[in-house]
Design a protein around this ligand. Structure first.
Ligand code: SAM
Length: 329
């Protein structure tokens, strides 16, 4: 098991398949993009599947979420998903994506056994989308969402980051849209993980503010308080349910005490937290011939060192040098 010194057990593995993305969301990366990892440093599909297999078969991983960068840009994605869903015990397998390309890939991914998708959508206004993501791809995202729903990747979850004076007037319309389409919306507080280091606490739209806006138009009642477990989202029934909305207050309502996540970057580094400043290299020993047992031992030792919390509120907090796109959100 991947147990840390505080007794938490990591069972939810987030795997970044690439650091590249076809959008440039302002809270994530600059318009000109970043220096992408050289191909030789990226784990191959076989290496990814080998590490995921070690996680599932030896270390108690029960959920695998593929992310990035943009995972739909990874050519072998369908193959990687199929090989992951063939593992026993079978893990839950999901994808976090910007949705561009799902019109083509949702069905093959569903056929490969993918269980769910989270699609990022921050606005319903094409012009705002262009300003926020620096690309005119709004329609592709909306079509991608519909394709995922049609392919049965349900419930389709929608991730939204609200930014002050950019899209924070859209909380209510976004929730209405998701209710109408049968998607489950979750708002995520903006975190200090952008490559430009432009995050500021004052500009962050907090969970409290989001809930204030929503309660002006909807009746929200807390859902499954006792069952929240390690789920990052606080969930609320909307107008009595069954529809729900989630709010992930990573900054103002941290949930580190219940964290069950561990991350693998596209270049084969284990990270215990989005905000970790330390990583443990699995790629180099793997390429030098380490056995599965040795890799499992390194991974176990890495998780044992997981810190108590993300420490954003500590005076000594330092933003990690890798931006979100290179960690895997
Ligand atoms: N490209 C995929 C996507 O758009 O979903 C996967 C990677 S993206 C880094 C994963 C999630 O992280 C997205 O929902 C995105 O909105 C969120 N994200 C990126 N930067 C963030 C930040 N600084 N604060 C909060 N969420 C962020």
């Amino acid at each position: 098991m991947l147990r840390d010194s505080f007794g938490r057990v990591a069972t939810d593995l987030r795997v970044s398949l690439t650091d590249k993305c076809n959008l440039r969301c302002t809270y994530c990366m600059p318009p000109e993009g970043l220096d992408w990892l050289p191909n030789a440093q990226l784990l191959t599909a076989d290496e990814i599947v080998r590490l995921v297999t070690i996680g599932v078969e030896r270390l108690g991983v029960t959920e695998v979420r593929y992310t990035g960068g943009e995972p739909l840009l990874r050519r072998e994605l369908v193959e990687i998903v199929a090989r992951t869903t063939a593992l026993r015990p079978r893990p839950q397998v999901s994808l976090t994506t910007n949705g561009i390309g799902l019109t083509r890939l949702a069905r093959p991914l569903a056929e490969a056994g993918l269980d769910r998708v989270n699609v990022s959508l921050d606005t319903l206004d094409r012009e705002v989308f262009k300003r926020l993501a620096h690309r005119d791809r709004f329609t592709d995202v909306i079509d991608g969402l519909a394709a995922a729903h049609e392919a049965g990747l349900r419930p389709v979850k929608v991730n939204t980051v609200l930014m002050r004076d950019v899209n924070d007037h859209e909380a209510v319309p976004l929730l209405r849209f998701c209710l109408e389409q049968g998607y489950e919306l979750r708002f995520i507080e903006q975190m200090p993980l952008d490559a430009q280091h432009g995050w500021s606490r004052e500009n962050m739209v907090t969970a409290d503010e989001i809930l204030d806006r929503l309660t002006g138009s909807f009746d929200l009642t807390p859902d499954d308080l006792e069952e929240r477990g390690s789920a990052p989202a606080e969930r609320f029934l909307v107008d009595g349910g069954p529809a729900r909305v989630g709010v992930i207050g990573s900054v103002t309502r941290p949930f580190c005490g219940a964290c069950d996540r561990v991350r693998l970057t596209a270049d084969g580094q284990v990270r215990n937290c989005l905000f970790a400043t330390e990583e443990s290299d699995l790629k180099t020993p793997m390429r030098a011939g380490a056995t599965d047992e040795e890799l499992a031992a390194r991974w176990t030792a890495a998780v044992a060192r997981k810190r108590a919390g993300h420490g954003i509120d500590d005076p000594s907090f330092l933003q990690p040098s890798r931006p979100m796109s290179a960690i895997g959100g």
